[in-house]
Design a protein around this ligand. Structure first.
Ligand SMILES: Nc1ncnc2c1ncn2[C@@H]1O[C@H](COP(=O)(O)OP(=O)(O)OP(=O)(O)O)[C@@H](O)[C@H]1O
Ligand code: SF4
Ligand SMILES: [Mg+2]
Length: 315
């Protein structure tokens, strides 16, 4: 069963300032994407900076409202039509671990407050005399699970290294026992050796818990190592989707091949998508043909759960 199903999701931002303002033009940050994440599945969303990964994540937890499409939680809960109270419950089940741990942890709070501040309104910990004790026990247990100790509860975020802060962010995400943890570039700001430690922690959590992941990264190799299935995103669109092992062996899309060939995956900014004619990748594609600049390719089935959006990759 799918935990999350995304259908034709769209989000555009108005370019209020600058040259384009007078044309009333938009950035199509997320442009008609569809995918699902199964129970206990790790789905990777991969692409260069600016392709729409974070916007997708924010749409999933309704930090942004979408301009089109829908998001279904489990069988039939339409996320876009949840009322305030239901949305709060949904956000306990679908947790977003932010891209930047340095900014997402309030420096004035103790780690205990960082971890539990979102829990006090939850029905999991009802108001009453035993609540703080229960919260403290739960916070200590989760800190130990992510490799820190209960003595760390009284410390401040600034006393921890980048890797440790990322562990704290993950712990905060896990405290509500979510069904889906959205990890947005959780390793990209860290040194390579620390990245490995955090990935191992996530692998450990994956094995121990009933938990699905949306794993967002610009690094396709890291995604292939960590994920079950991967969607490759470019300028707001999914260009290819496949099981990770299949993508690694037989990446079909020219953009996927480019991402694999980049040493250490340097992050480049995709230009903004202003109009939707032709293939979004045409300007950079080594095998682009005249048709590619005119006709927008569909995402087509390439067999064994593999889909690709390219006029020339299925021939
Ligand atoms: N709040 C916003 N207002 C206007 N434009 C935005 C906003 N958020 C994102 N965008 C634009 O939407 C596009 C997608 O941005 P997004 O942050 O989703 O990309 P990303 O894939 O997460 O990139 P990164 O790897 O750098 O985090 C970019 O062109 C970005 O400039
Ligand atoms: S459709 Fe054309 S431009 Fe786009 S990726 Fe395929 S070959 Fe390249
Ligand atoms: Mg981002």
């Amino acid at each position: 069963m799918a935990i999350i199903t995304v259908e034709h999701l769209q989000k555009r931002f108005n370019l209020e300032a600058g040259f384009f303002a007078r044309f009333g033009r938009f950035v199509y940050a997320v442009n008609d994407i569809s995918f699902h994440i199964g129970e206990n599945e790790t789905y990777g969303l991969v692409g260069e900076s600016g392709c729409g990964k974070t916007t997708t994540a924010r749409l999933l937890v309704r930090m942004y409202e979408s301009d089109g499409g829908r998001i279904i939680y489990r069988d039939n809960t339409e996320v876009g039509s949840l009322g305030r109270r239901e949305l709060k419950q949904y956000r306990e089940k679908v947790k977003y671990v932010f891209q930047d741990p340095a900014r997402s942890l309030n420096p004035r709070m103790s780690i205990y407050e960082v971890l539990v501040s979102g829990c006090r309104g939850s029905s999991r910990w009802p108001r009453g005399s035993g609540r703080e004790k229960q919260l403290r026990e739960a916070a200590a247990a989760i800190l130990e699970e992510v490799g820190l100790g209960k003595e760390d509860l009284e410390r401040r975020p600034s006393e921890f290294s980048g890797g440790q802060r990322q562990r704290i962010s993950i712990a905060r995400g896990l405290l509500m026992q979510p069904d889906l943890l959205i990890c947005d570039e959780v390793v990209s700001a860290l040194d390579v050796s620390i990245q490995g430690q955090i990935l191992n922690l996530l692998l450990d959590l994956r094995n121990k818990r009933d938990l699905s992941f949306l794993f967002i990264t610009h690094d396709l190799k890291v995604a292939c190592y960590f994920c079950d299935r991967i969607g490759v995103m470019y300028r707001g669109e999914l260009m290819e989707e496949a099981p990770a092992a299949e993508l690694y062996k037989r990446g079909l899309h020219p953009y996927t091949k480019l991402l694999f060939s980049l040493e250490n995956a340097p992050v480049k900014n995709s230009k903004l998508l202003i109009t939707a004619a032709g293939c979004p990748f045409a300007e950079r594609c080594p095998i682009a043909e005249e048709r590619c600049f005119r006709e927008h390719p569909d995402l087509l089935d390439a067999g064994t759960g593999h889909k690709v959006r390219c006029h020339n990759s299925l021939a």
